[in-house]
Ligand binder design. Sequence first.
Ligand code: PLP
Length: 497
Amino acid sequence: MSFFSTRGGTCVTASQAILRGLAPDGGLFVPAMFHVVSPSEIAALGDLPYAQRAARILGLYLEDFTPEEIQSSVTAAYGQDRFDDPAVAPLKSLDSSTYVLELFHGPTLAFKDMALQLLPHLTTLSARKNGEQREVSILVATSGDTGKAALEGFRDVPGTSCTVFYPLDGVSDVQRLQMVTTGGDNTHVIAVKGNFDDAQTGVKELFGSESFAEEMNRRGKVLSSANSINFGRLVPQVVYYFSAYADLVSRRVIRCGDPVNFCVPTGNFGNILAAYYAREMGLPVGKLICASNRNKVLTDFFASGLYSTHRIFFKTMSPSMDILVSSNLERLLFEAADRDGELVSTWMRLLKECGSYSVGDQRTEWLQSLFWGGCADDNATLAEIGLRYTQDHYLMDTHTAVASNVLRQYREKSGDATPTVLVSTASPYKFARDVLSGVAGAETAQGLDAFACSAKLESLTGVPMPAQVRNLGNLPIRHRRECDIADMGQAVLSEFD
Ligand SMILES: *Cc1c(COP(=O)(O)O)cnc(C)c1O
């Protein structure tokens, strides 16, 4: 097995793809082929604990890792000390044809833990395999949840450090506090005076800068990425789509082979791309429903084939989806282009230089056969939280509520009654103020800080507040650095001087 860049060329091993993060030509690493998992193998996953489900899927792609290395990694990543639900990614029934896949039972209460609890193990193994002596310095741009998950994953992991950039005014109180209170001797957190796209573009530029690499090298460090552009983030995410399907088969909701739809709250397109990869690997997937908030660049793309960033950037109550440039879409484009790296390069150049590109009618039709895009604004999000709570007695976070609302729209428009898995990406307590407003009206949350909102939400609903949120107010602030967009490289270097 080897990995190509979405922009052509480069053939590397899995460990090299994980270590480098981004291909030298600026493209994303993609597997040379998709391994097919047979229906009987899929059904058999249902008898295994989550860590072993992960080992099966990871083993298909991590060609240059031994089975023992994969075993030790999944055992450490998905243990009971890390996830507060024995199923790791439990599947709950919401209504007669809807199931919620809860991906927020890890240490930082968002789905990013599913991959970032594992990635540090893969990274240090990859460094060893490739004779890398330097410290592996992880650089992350975060819209809120990746940052904390990466910090927790890499905290005090020998031979690594982790630096996170977050948009100064673009994350929730809980998200910010989670990050700036992070312990560990190898963690760094910097607020950027800009939005997430600014932070992400800045980090991408640092990855492409030879002079920055040289400065880091002089300090004994080599850059790597924990953003979802890293293939090491993607493959652990493929696992839970298989896992959810196997659970539905075990519970006799479906027979193995029956189609299931997945509805995914989407920002950088990493999560839903993993569902598409699962489909390519033989998972019987019907429609992939791509849910956006008011920043509906993907909704428009799936409707028209035109990807355009010529639009206003909105801050919403689902901040982890406030994104105009969805990096992982490039991996889907690579497939839409029949793996023509030059064509992908052209689209990416147009995006950079003109802010838009169009994939043409035929490819748009192909994309529409797989995906359906929809969006929900903040009002619809709040209403959805209230509706799900009163009708189905289920408390969901703002991101999940966007997806839930979009699923409703999809069913109304299409009449499609296929059983659907709604992917839940965060604990409601990570966004307690807005969730409380959705459940009990905005007046209820007025004048309360994030902690009081959480306490109120707990007393109103009886859904237990996670300890991570309860303890947050007692932790000292350890990271205070801020920087301008243009000074991100300097800010990293001064953390190390
Ligand atoms: C990151 C995140 C998303 C978006 O996921 P992508 O893989 O970037 O599409 C959605 N919801 C939450 C809570 C997140 O943290």
